[in-house]
Design a protein around this ligand. Structure first.
Ligand code: ZN
Length: 352
């Protein structure tokens, strides 16, 4: 049986229940900023402070603030269409058309597809599947790495899929019983990761496989006094041009150098969660999966291939609403589970 992870009680304070991957209650917190773009789009507010929680047990980092289902729908409506891009650039001048094009090109690259092919070939996964679903897969490029009789994409954006790939955009109409589900570059966007994985488990056939890929985003935190830093962030929140300039500097430093400048911050935008290999493993083990393989793939992304362990679509036996708004069980004793002997782990991440 999977270990029970505490359930999120408040999407504005996700860390109240402890680590969302391993359940550790001893988290460190650091003030960060919700980007003006996200705040305006998701709930019509100005940029604001939030906390970034850090779990010393599994290395997971996540913003205290998440998005409700309604806010998520608002934020991703017309995702990356011209209006979305124009609004985003008003807050984030570094999100240029060139940057956007590079991101799209990478998402469709053969390197990504090859990395998935290698992960499947290096595991005990079947060489051919009856059915494969890419959950959140846009046009379905990643399915090129998979041999399957039936291929489909679920994507709420409703974008057209490549030839030979079925498209689903309504979760209520999505059938279950899939032998393989891909979830690539999705978990970092999700406000309730354990619930999301349990939903995927319910869509899998018994013994079905799940392939997860998330970015390996790590950085050294900002040096400097916490009190001074918090005061600086409060000042930035009152001055939009300064906030944008500081965001440009901090983002460039974090992405290019792997560290934040003194008193620097991480803006919460699309990514709500920052995983390590160990935190992905813990999350999967605590959501009804056994890990076949995991590590860093050839494109530098964290991946895991995991098998559904339960024959029950509702492994905790608590009904469909479990994990959405329930109060955490104080008797729960979640822990970082160590995967089995087939695990392959490589970690090249920057320490925090
Ligand atoms: Zn943890």
């Amino acid at each position: 049986m999977p270990t029970r992870l505490p359930e999120i009680v408040d999407y504005r304070q996700r860390s109240i229940v402890g680590c969302l991957c391993c359940g550790n209650q001893q988290l460190r917190h650091e003030t960060q900023i919700v980007s003006g773009f996200l705040a305006a789009r998701a709930w019509g507010g100005p940029p604001q402070a939030t906390q970034l929680a850090y779990c010393g047990a599994c290395g997971f980092r996540f913003f205290d603030c998440g998005l409700s289902a309604i806010e998520t729908a608002r934020y991703y409506r017309g995702y990356r269409n011209p209006e979305y891009l124009a609004t985003r650039r008003r807050w984030e001048p570094f999100y240029t058309p060139r940057q956007h094009a590079a991101q799209v090109e990478w998402s469709r690259s053969t390197q990504r597809i090859d990395a998935l092919r290698e992960a499947l070939a290096g595991s005990a996964a079947p060489r051919h599947f009856v059915s494969a679903l890419d959950h959140g897969g846009n046009e379905g490029h990643m399915l090129a790495a998979v041999a399957a009789d039936r291929k489909a994409v679920f994507d709420p954006s409703g974008c057209a899929t490549l030839d030979g790939i079925e498209a689903f955009s309504d979760a209520n109409l999505l059938p279950g019983g899939w032998d393989l589900i891909l979830s690539c570059q999705v978990l970092e966007h999700v406000s309730a990761p354990a619930q999301y994985l349990r939903d995927l488990a319910a869509l899998l056939a018994d013994g079905g496989l799940l392939y997860v890929e998330v970015p390996a985003e790590a950085w050294r935190p900002a040096p400097g006094s916490r009190k001074l830093r918090d005061a600086c962030l409060r000042l930035l929140l009152r001055n939009r041009p300064l906030l944008i300039a500081a965001d440009v500097l901090c983002t460039a430093s974090r992405i290019k150098l792997g560290r934040l400048p003194p008193l620097g911050f991480v803006a919460m935008r699309e990514h709500l969660n920052y995983f390590t290999t160990e935190s992905v493993q813990a999350l999967l083990c605590n959501s009804g999966f056994v890990i076949d393989a995991s590590g860093i793939n050839s494109t530098g992304q964290i991946f895991a291939l995991a098998r559904k362990t339960t024959t029950n679509d509702d492994p905790l036996g608590e009904g469909d609403d479990v994990g959405r708004h329930l109060v955490a069980d104080p008797s729960a004793k979640p822990a970082v589970r160590r995967p089995g002997a087939t695990l392959r782990v490589q970690s090249g991440e920057i320490g925090v």
